[in-house]
Design a protein around this ligand. Sequence first.
Ligand code: HEM
Ligand SMILES: *[C@@H]1O[C@H](CO)[C@@H](O)[C@H](O)[C@H]1NC(C)=O
Length: 489
Amino acid sequence: MLHFWLVLFVLLMTLVFWKWTRPRNFPPGPWALPIIGNFLQIDYRNPLPDLEKMCKKFGNVYSIYLGVHAVVIVRGYKAVKEALIGHNAELLDRPFDPIFYAISKNRGFSLARYGKSWKEKRRFGLRMLKNLGMGKISMESTILEESKYLLKSFEDMGGQNFEPKSLLRNAVSNIICRILFGHRFDYNDGTFTKIVDHVGKFSKLIGAFWGEVYNGIPIIRWLPLPHRYIFKTISLINDFMRQIIIEHKNTRKVGEPRDFIDHYTEEIEKRKNENDDSYFDEESLFSVVTELFLAGSDTTANTLEWALLFMMTYPDIQARCYEEIKLTLNGTEELKYEDRHRMPYTLAVIYEVFRFGIVAPLSVPRGTLKNMLFHGYTIPKGTKVLLDLNSVHRDESQWKFPHEFNPHNFLNANEEFVKPDAFMAFSAGSRVCIGEILAHMEIFFFFTSLLKHYEFFWPEKHTKPDLTPSFGITQAPFPFKIGIRHRQV
Ligand code: HEM
Ligand SMILES: *[C@@H]1O[C@H](CO)[C@@H](O)[C@H](O)[C@H]1NC(C)=O
């Protein structure tokens, strides 16, 4: 019997010190428990404050155990920029995350590992987004048209206070749907609104506690815990995409691509003829489109939601935006995207929404492609690295008003627009977001259209707006109601 306990003890100790002792010269961090790592030392609802506390103790580059995996955290403007720009080539991988794999089987590019397939699909994706309107006049009218539907849906609320979350999500998602599928969905389309709603909810699990528990603690994967919701959503999205892709196949005319799916299909055929081995096939079409749908809807919808919440919190800022919009319109019907250069205040407000409401607070996880020497530490190949963009956007050495919503973070003494170097909502380096321009166009037109027609106010007398974020790979405000009043145009 004694032998048994002795063997067990030795085994356990070996496990603890072998597996949970950091690799040589690895960034330091808090003591971690076997199997569950540091999960108990981090607030599962929102890890950002704890990440900040640990930084005070261990510095801007440190590590934590998410389950059995040691993950490096990089914080603050200087270190994050040095990692993304200075060590660009070493940090271009994504980690092997079982959740990412479940979403797109490494066949897309947003969540895919580094390699030729990623490179070519990313290049193709960016070219197509531009081809299909990103940054162009045609996209302006697309977004303006969608904002009319959004306004109509606000109108249909009949002057009641209401939660705008799902309406904003529908409108924003429709822009990426038009690019990918060539058409929009009606806000009463049950399948569409269900998908959009689920995507919003499952983003709160991915990159957050339950998603990371799933990624980091293999033995609990089969238990009926909240991570199951992620898989339910993935299968819903899969069914939705499969149907759209089949429809496209049935109605496609060769040589007349209507949208992203048709263009990708042509690319598959072209590459097949050229015996190209860069993995453009039916399965990858499915994954690429799913990833773009995910990347392009939730992020931007959350940003618009933050924008309304901030405007209700700061009515003076809202009033100044409205005045500037009216002045710029000067009696004409619609703004043009060009007009933003004549609207420094509104532009600063929009950037401040991107900064302060940062919707991708820890970016999308990166992975090291080879051993990386960083800040005197050695980070081995294949390590997951989290870039804390939230900390960059609140870095006291970089911002005039790091901890408050204040458009003067983007205005100089002459009230001209300036973009500080520490603005990194879309990350940086060769894996930077490819939808930045699209997101900017969407926010500009949706935001100004809404402000032009309505005054937004906080409808409850006894409470104040709650600016606490609901954390996830993308974060949004907690659900809230808006009050709206017509503007006299
Ligand atoms: C508010 C809006 C948005 C924000 C804040 C945002 C932010 C980000 C961030 C932080 C990343 C990670 C980049 C990295 O690993 O360094 C990313 C990646 C990406 N984003 Fe966005 N994004 C937004 C909107 C969009 C839109 C509208 C699209 C549209 C198509 C899009 C497509 C992508 C893609 C494809 C990637 C993966 C790039 C790669 O891995 O090579 N994003 N985004
Ligand atoms: C506003 O419109 C009027 C009449 O079309 C024009 O004369 C004036 O120059 C415009 N003002 C600005 C600031 O563009």
